[in-house]
Design a protein around this ligand. Structure first.
Ligand code: ADP
Length: 644
């Protein structure tokens, strides 16, 4: 391919994405500039980071800046940076393909909604479509780029019509230049070649970018006296001023994290968040702090208002950037915040940081550990201090992330446990904290009951809860996989044990020993018919209306956990559980009589299996032999209806 120009097709999804972006962002055209400036700024960050770690890389141009060049006559707009650039292969990888999981997730969400008008800039912003936003204003985009350390450049070009061309080319310095061939403007459109329009957009959206965003502008300046032609009376002949073209820096590069709070406006805080997060929504909360003590540092943290689509993706970058004396050191700084709080975006500027620090050393660094500890503390107090309504909104978006901290952040286990919220058998749609749960407990209730499963309605009506409901005990309904890990690490809350409603003995009522004895034979008989499917058959401690349910051992795996493990591809035998039967149910008495009359009656085996299947179905599980189950029920119905 090299040397030759080759024409390639966009991945179909990209073309789809382009159309969506173009159609849905017509009233927000100017955001293209923010997106491209962000990419340029990221590219410079990346180069600076690489230079620190790769001693062989000596960039030819270290006067880092982003240059904007509008051309009125040609109707083009150029944006160039002297950042890390891309190799030919990187262009192929990054542009025109789905490089990011976000894009795929976006299209999936699109596919589901089937409604393009539902796509708002905010929705798109969550995915950060970045580069493709160029096509909002351009009908042709040319990208020329050279990777730092390379002497070959690549040129990519597309009209956004499904194909692009790519070829090798040359370029003077490393970095990327993107030329937008602007679409014809309509009556009320902004003119992106006009100086004040560009100034305004940069000021509004990209003021904090930490590299100068420069543009050639026309300025009027006085002609120095020694260059003026004077008449015999020493008076200047002609003009005293002249027009010159000069570079002007359009952004303040204000490091707002290192600025006094009172000198930062809400709008500035918001724009800065959008800049570092690539999220277009306003943040839900912010924390701006200056820590003083033996060492000083600044931190500016944000909680986004929406969870990103890739929140639980393994290789997800976190949102923390590390600066030292206002100079960018690295992004995705995992050492600054625990993984489960990785949805937080922010900047930490630690002037005393050792600049030669590598990621490996960073982890051990005393100062960094200290910062991390403080940040976590502040985040927890922010969350604890939120009013109920706000916290509920937060929890809806990030509750799963908070829960994920439970098994991983031992130090903050207590704090996390206060932040947990669940719907319960009594709360309707409301979320309840464990504290509230305990406050609602009656005097005789000793433990906190919960049940796990993926289906809220099935849990609410689960037969496992019958006896608990009968006693008017509240049960936490846990419907997320991560809850299984929560209950494994949280065995107690404020002195009250957490108890699974489907495991072990609930010990709610004394079992009628006499009655139990009278059923021993039947239960042993049923067990023998169930071919090793169950560990035991016992009188139930939890049923009131239903005839059967399955319970696990106190420390055994729950049915939901088993489901999760199997869904994640773990090949394991199903743990055997106990079939619990309701001795008060009329079926059992009849079953008993039937067995006593004739133990060889083949229906006894069918009924035993039916009881087992009923227990499975009532907890939302799948029976092993659905056809057999259905036939058995059909036969029963037919018998019950008689011959008429
Ligand atoms: P995002 O920036 O959210 O990753 P984009 O579609 O904007 O998504 O860009 C895709 C990738 O292309 C970037 O992650 C980056 O690797 C590369 N890229 C874009 N713009 C530049 C640039 N100016 N310099 C170097 N690489 C760039």
């Amino acid at each position: 391919m090299e040397g030759k120009k080759s024409t390639r097709k966009f991945k179909t999804e990209i073309q789809q994405l382009l159309n969506i972006i173009i159609n849905s962002l017509y009233s927000n055209k100017e955001i293209f500039l923010r997106e491209l400036i962000s990419n340029a700024s990221d590219a410079i960050d990346k180069l600076r980071f690489k230079v620190q770690t790769d001693t062989e890389l000596i960039p030819s141009d270290t006067e880092f800046k982003i240059r904007l060049t509008p051309d009125r006559d040609k109707q083009t707009f150029e944006i160039s940076d002297n950042g890390i650039g891309m190799t030919y292969d990187e262009v192929l990888d990054n542009i025109g393909t789905i490089a990011k999981s976000g894009t795929a997730a976006f299209l999936e969400a699109m596919e589901k909604s089937k409604n393009e008008s539902a796509i708002t800039p905010e929705l798109i912003g969550q995915f950060g479509v970045g580069f493709y936003s160029a096509f909002i204003v351009a009908d042709k985009v040319t990208l020329v780029t050279m990777a730092a350390g390379s002497d070959k450049a690549a040129k990519w070009e597309s009209k956004g019509d499904g194909t692009y061309t790519i070829e090798e080319t040359t370029k003077d310095t490393h970095g990327t230049t993107i030329t937008l061939h602007l679409k014809k403007t309509e009556k009320d459109d902004q003119d992106f070649t006009q100086e004040y329009t560009i100034r305004n957009i940069v000021k509004q959206h990209s003021d904090f970018v930490s590299y100068p965003i420069v543009m050639n502008v026309e300025k009027v300046e006085p002609i120095p006296e020694n260059e003026q032609i004077l008449d015999k009376d020493n008076k200047p002949v002609g003009e005293t001023t002249r027009k010159v073209i000069k570079d002007d820096t359009l952004n303040s590069m204000k490091a707002i994290w290192a600025t006094d709070k009172k000198d930062v406006t809400d709008e500035e805080y918001e724009e800065f968040f959008k800049h570092i997060s690539h999220d277009w929504n306003s943040p839900m909360e912010r924390l701006h702090m200056k820590f003083e003590g033996t060492t000083e540092y600044y931190a500016l943290l944000y909680i986004p208002s929406k969870a990103p689509f890739d929140l639980f993706q393994q290789d997800r970058k976190n949102g923390m950037q590390l600066y030292c004396k206002r100079v960018f050191i690295m992004d995705d700084c995992k050492e600054l915040i625990p993984e489960y709080l990785g949805f937080i975006h922010g900047v930490v500027d630690a002037p005393d940081l050792n600049l030669n620090i590598s990621r490996e050393i960073l982890q051990q660094d005393h100062l960094v550990r200290n910062i991390r500890k403080n940040l976590v503390k502040k985040i927890f107090s922010l969350l604890e201090g939120m009013d109920k309504e706000k916290y509920d909104t937060f929890y809806k978006e990030f509750g799963q992330a908070i829960k994920a901290g439970m098994p991983s952040d031992f130090e903050n286990k207590d704090k996390i446990s206060h932040l947990l919220r669940y719907k319960t058998t009594k709360s309707g749609d409301k979320l309840v904290s464990l504290k509230e749960y305990i406050a609602n407990m009656g005097a005789e209730q000793k433990e906190i009951y919960y049940i796990t499963g993926d289906n809220f309605a099935a849990l609410l009506n689960s037969p496992h809860l019958e006896a608990l409901k009968d006693k008017d005990y509240e049960v936490l309904l846990m419907t997320e996989p991560v809850d299984e890990w929560v209950v494994q690490s949280l065995t107690e809350y404020e002195g009250k044990k957490l108890k699974s409603a489907e495991k072990g003995d609930l010990e709610l009522d004394k079992v009628d020993e006499k009655k139990k004895d009278s059923y021993t034979e039947l239960f042993d008989f049923i067990k023998s018919k169930l071919n090793e499917k169950v560990k035991d058959v016992k009188p139930s401690t939890r049923l009131k209306d239903s005839v059967a349910c399955l319970s696990g051992e106190d420390f055994g795996m729950s049915a939901y956990m088993e489901k999760i493990m199997k869904a994640s591809g773990q090949n394991m035998p199903s743990p055997k559980r106990v079939l619990e039967l309701n001795m008060e149910h009329p079926v059992l008495e009849k079953f008993k009589k039937m067995m006593e009359t004739d133990t060889t009656n083949p229906a006894l085996k069918d009924y035993s299996e039916l009881l087992f299947d009923l227990a499975i179905i009532s907890e939302g599980g799948k029976v092993e032999n659905p056809a057999g189950f259905s036939k058995a029920i059909g036969d029963l119905m037919s018998n019950a209806m008689g011959d008429k």
